[in-house]
Ligand binder design. Structure first.
Ligand code: NDP
Length: 234
């Protein structure tokens, strides 16, 4: 089985681990990146998901090389943490524009081919804080919670077309995004995680690969926590 897979933000962190997981099992994997040298071994397309024209261009390149996208992993995301009273309009809208509206852009475009093919797999990368909340991350948590309503609506809208929409909600993962936390913050987080450690990006990738596999053919509209037990019960 060699499917056309797209991972947004697949040039580093969790996205790169996801891209590798699909490539390792023989899929044709495209990744997006914004700047610098993308990692080797993938079809790398330059794309900022806040720009609809760049999204359209990226899909054209991928379709020309790999055919229509059959598995989409909307992983690209940003944080811009700030307490509410100090959070600017720009802090809020830029995070929502990337994490939520950016996901809308790439999902909508992928759906064109999936509708034609009458099948498709879409996995959105949310976060444990989307449902748990996080002081200083109202913008980020709102955007990540929004992905759940988005995915579940599409699961209903497009289930009859054999397209599944699922959400993976990682806890704290060892990547550039969490490197900015201080040692004290890190210790405080780990103390609340039943498994007592951060996740490695590969542990998130395993859940994503499962949701895109034949074994997950009857799963849609699900939120799968991969968080070491941090969000237990949500
Ligand atoms: P990183 O900061 O390491 O990587 C973020 C990725 O998103 C990069 O590839 C980046 O591209 C891409 N990206 C950001 N903005 C845009 C944009 N406007 N257009 C296109 N690509 C963009 O983050 P992680 O790997 O840690 O996170 C990946 C996903 O997982 C995110 O959605 C994040 O919210 C989520 N997550 C992460 C957790 C963690 O603990 N690390 C926990 C829970 C969820 P570029 O290299 O060009 O900047």
């Amino acid at each position: 089985m060699s499917r056309s897979v797209l991972v947004t933000g697949g040039n580093r962190g969790i996205g790169l681990a996801i891209a590798r997981a699909f490539a390792d099992t023989g899929d044709k994997v495209a990744i997006t990146y914004r700047s610098g040298e993308p990692p080797a071994g993938f079809l790398a397309v330059k794309c900022d998901i806040t720009d609809p024209e760049q999204v359209e261009q990226a899909y054209k390149e991928i379709e020309a090389e790999h055919g229509p996208v059959e598995v989409l992993v909307a992983n690209a995301g940003v944080t811009r943490d700030q307490l509410l009273m100090r959070m600017s309009e720009e802090d809020f809208t830029s995070v929502v524009d990337t994490n939520l509206t950016g996901t809308f852009r790439v999902v909508k475009r992928a759906n064109r081919g999936m509708l034609r093919a009458k099948k498709g797999r879409v996995v959105l990368i949310s976060s444990v804080v989307g449902l748990l909340g996080s002081a200083g991350q109202a913008n980020y948590a709102a955007s990540k919670a929004g992905l759940v309503g988005f995915a579940r609506s599409l699961a209903r809208e497009l289930g009859s077309r054999n397209i599944t929409f699922n959400v993976v909600a990682p806890g704290f993962v060892d990547t550039d995004m969490t490197k900015v936390l201080t040692d004290d913050q890190r210790k405080g987080i780990v103390a609340q995680v039943p498994l007592g450690r951060y996740a490695q990006p590969e542990e998130i990738a395993a859940a994503v690969r499962f949701l895109a596999s034949d074994d997950a053919s009857y799963i849609t509209g699900a939120v799968i926590p991969v968080d070491g037990g941090l969000g237990m019960g949500h």
